[in-house]
Design a protein around this ligand. Structure first.
Ligand SMILES: Nc1nc2c(c(=O)[nH]1)N[C@H]1C(S)=C(S)[C@@H](COP(=O)(O)OP(=O)(O)OC[C@H]3O[C@@H](n4cnc5c(=O)[nH]c(N)nc54)[C@H](O)[C@@H]3O)O[C@H]1N2
Ligand SMILES: Nc1nc2c(c(=O)[nH]1)N[C@H]1C(S)=C(S)[C@@H](COP(=O)(O)OP(=O)(O)OC[C@H]3O[C@@H](n4cnc5c(=O)[nH]c(N)nc54)[C@H](O)[C@@H]3O)O[C@H]1N2
Ligand code: SF4
Ligand SMILES: [Mo]
Length: 686
């Protein structure tokens, strides 16, 4: 903490600078926050930060604006006679404990569920307290945003390695060829299966030293502008691009020494990809054959590759196949855990490389209303919470840092299902869509008001790093830390969840944070707390997955369920809805900021040829219809998107793109993920 004096008009006031890190996405950029009393004056990048080096994006720089926003929740709210009213914490907690007790009597623990949204990942104490409460209640109803955006990622990893929790990090220091599929990290920082501070500098560094970047994306994006090559396949057809590369490399150019020692299933994989000859693949992907050949030539030129996927592939129907082929391609090119290829971040906090790797348990039956959609890694697919509410099986639902109204398909169905619950507890920082549906609102501290350490998202970082942050400003109004009301309800129910028998009165943010540091963690709590910035382990840990995780050190390149699914991939639609993320906000977070509303409206991005067929011009109203519903928006007609793709950002309620999606018809049986990308749609003038 450094002191500074600021001259404002005539009188001199003391402002202080506090080092912290941004907790809106897993890039975890280091920030310097200037505060005066309880006012946040500015949030800037911390130039001395060992991972982000001064970088921030507008979301991080707006932390102060959101902190003081008129829509911030200031205290607890409870629904009485149909209306939300301010109440005391005691009144809310007594009522909540009584109602949870009533649910337990009526249904047992199966009537209680908890949804951990994106922002529960960035308040590690909230996540931990939520998990502990759920366990203490004996409830199995855990749901997360991870089963909305990418369940195929861990499910495929488990099938191929035994463990789902493996995050592939490009070896930025040495890679010569980076392949990006369905991700636009310059805008998103990926923040999905990786969190990159300063993506532009990272990408430029690869091409500066003579490396290549190839992007597979249905649009020209901020990332394709920095790339060496760009392929724009039909939405949902990426599996054919990777299938082609695998087929050709397995015929000539595979790293046989690596495969012989570190893989099984090579022959089965070779047979499975035999169908992806050049002409078939070019036809399936809707790209010129010459482009596929150029991409293959680039792979051959460099031998090893690194690779990252995003929501453009992980939310599409063939997501499992793409993630399978992506890992297989890394193995076939000998790029797994080798310089110039990829490594797996064990996490500074978790230090998975210092633990014994036990295989994950396999899938279990889904919840009573949809047993065919499997529970994996201790989580039910989030879409099934709607079925569970409809069936009356779920009676009390906690929603922590998430927004089911924009995140799940079919807004009307989600709203109706939530209205059936006896209790909807919402932990949030702003008055938004979920608050509208809540019976009990837990007004939480925001990132500037709480101490923190990285939660499991430290495995997504391009470095093995962790940072402790103190609270930057005092807790404002009548808010409480996210963990506090959960611990207080637990206490009232007689199932205390605080670590080491600490009482609620004695506990603070550090009580939980201290307990998160394991014996294997790369530093002690005291070391983390006194460091003042991120601690970094400079070694990129190559080889720990091979040694600790893989059975006999081998990847399974042809798991039976994935091979079987390959035959079931449907033809891609003529005209398809695809996802798109915007620069100034994160899903629904940040949409209340004036600049976001003004400069990034949720318009419908169309190719000129598709617009002409529909009779729609730029700036005019357009109606988008799917088998599930329709919406109207403003058309933005632009040749940067390929023909056959229609991109609409999510996170808004007007329009809410979720009305075009279905939670019943298009759900993947292995992962329980609804289809969000490559959904068939039609267009007309509105
Ligand atoms: N600024 C900002 N950052 C964010 C978010 C945000 O809303 N705003 N959201 C955060 C979250 S929760 C996540 S999960 C991550 C996601 O991060 P990303 O996965 O990088 O998300 P997008 O930026 O939408 O990039 C997806 C890309 O896939 C392309 N695409 C669509 N369909 C297809 C297809 O079928 N094939 C191929 N090859 N490409 C396709 C789209 O055109 C788009 O450019 O971003 C996180 N970061
Ligand atoms: N059509 C379509 N739908 C999509 C997607 C898509 O690409 N297309 N993308 C999907 C993806 S990638 C994801 S991850 C999901 C996102 O699904 P969710 O994670 O459920 O939704 P968000 O909009 O990120 O939720 C943010 C909520 O957290 C609150 N919040 C912000 N900060 C804090 C905090 O510090 N504490 C607490 N307690 N709350 C906080 C915000 O106010 C907001 O209400 O949506 C998915 N839905
Ligand atoms: S990239 Fe992510 S962590 Fe960095 S400033 Fe932006 S939102 Fe915050
Ligand atoms: Mo996401």
């Amino acid at each position: 903490m450094t002191r500074r004096r600021i001259d404002r008009n005539t009188h001199v006031v003391a402002a202080i600078e506090v080092k912290s890190y941004c907790r809106i996405c897993p890039a975890y950029c280091g920030v310097v926050v200037t505060v005066e009393g309880d006012r946040v004056l500015s949030v800037k990048g911390d130039r001395d930060h060992p991972v982000s080096g001064g970088y921030t994006c507008p979301k991080g720089r707006a932390l102060g604006e959101l902190h003081h926003h008129a829509k911030r929740l200031d205290g607890p709210l409870m629904r009485k006679h149909g209306r939300l009213e301010p109440v005391s914490w005691d009144e809310l907690l007594d009522d909540l404990a009584e109602k949870i007790g009533a649910t337990l009597k009526r249904t047992g623990p199966s009537g209680i569920g908890m949804y951990f949204g994106t922002h529960a990942n960035f308040d590690s104490n909230l996540y931990w307290a939520g998990s502990k409460l759920l366990r203490a209640l004996g409830a199995r109803g855990k749901y997360t945003s991870g089963t909305i955006d990418a369940p195929s990622y861990p499910v495929v990893r488990r099938l191929m390695s035994g463990v789902g929790w493996l995050f592939t990090i490009p070896d930025f220091e040495c890679t010569k060829l980076l392949l990006l599929l369905g991700t636009n990290p310059v805008v998103s920082h990926n923040s999905h299966m990786a969190g990159w501070p300063n993506p532009t500098a990272r990408l430029r560094e690869i091409t500066r030293r003579g490396g290549e970047i190839w992007v597979v994306d249905a649009r020209e994006t901020e990332t394709t502008q920095l790339a060496t090559g760009h392929l724009a396949p039909h939405p949902g057809s990426d599996y054919a691009v990777l299938g082609y590369l695998l087929r050709e490399l397995l015929r000539d150019g595979a790293d046989r020494a690596y495969l012989d020692r570190h893989a099984i299933g090579v022959d089965e994989l070779t047979r499975a990809v035999e169908r992806f000859d050049l002409d078939t693949s070019a036809r399936l992907a809707g790209v010129p054959a010459a482009q596929l050949e150029e991409l293959l030539a680039a792979v051959r030129r460099h031998g090893r590759i690194s690779l990252l996927t995003g929501t453009g592939v992980s939310m599409a129907p063939a997501a499992n196949t793409v993630h399978w082929f992506a890992l297989a391609l890394l193995a076939v090119t000998g790029s797994m855990e080798r310089e110039g290829g990829v490594w797996f971040n064990p996490g500074f906090m978790q230090s998975l490389d210092r633990r014994d790797g036990k295989p994950d348990p396999g899938p279990e039956p889904g919840p009573a209303s949809r047993p065919e959609l499997p529970r994996q890694g201790g989580e039910y697919p989030t879409i099934t919470l709607v079925d569970e509410l409809e069936a009356g099986n779920l009676d009390s639902l906690f929603v922590l840092g998430g927004n089911l109204i924009v995140a799940l398909p079919d807004e009307a169905r989600v709203r109706a299902a939530l209205a059936r619950a006896s209790v909807v507890v919402v932990s949030d920082v702003v008055d938004g869509d979920m608050v509208e549906c809540a019976t009990h609102v837990l007004a939480s501290t925001d990132p500037l008001e709480r101490a923190d350490l990285p939660h499991f998202a430290d495995c997504l970082s391009p470095a093995v790093a962790a940072q402790y942050t103190p609270a930057v400003v005092p807790v404002g109004a009548d808010r409480k830390p996210g963990w506090w009301p959960l611990a207080a309800v637990a206490e009232r129910l007689g199932i205390p969840i605080l670590p080491d028998g600490v009482s609620l009165d004695e506990a603070d943010d550090d009580t939980f944070l201290r307990a998160r540091v394991r014996p294997t963690t790369r530093a002690t709590f005291e070391e983390l707390k006194s460091a003042g910035t991120a601690l970094v382990d400079p070694e990129r840990p190559f080889g720990w997955v091979e040694r600790n995780i893989l059975p006999d050190g081998r990847w399974n390149l042809a798991p039976e369920p994935l091979v079987a699914q390959l035959d079931e991939i449907a033809e891609v639609p003529q005209l398809a809805l695809i996802p798109r993320r915007l620069w100034r906000r994160m899903n629904s977070y940040g949409r209340e900021l004036a600049e976001t509303q003004e400069r990034e409206p949720p318009d419908v991005l169309l190719n000129p040829e598709d617009a002409a067929v529909a009779g729609v011009a730029d700036g005019e109203g357009v109606r988008v219809e799917s088998a599930n519903g329709s919406l109207s928006g403003v058309a933005r007609v632009d040749g940067s998107i390929r023909r056959g793709a229609v991109a609409i950002p999510h996170g808004w309620t007007a329009p809410n793109v979720s009305v075009l999606l279905s939670g019943t018809d298009d759900v993947d049986p292995l992962t329980g993920m609804p289809t969000y990308c490559a959904v068939p749609v039609s267009l007309s003038a509105a």
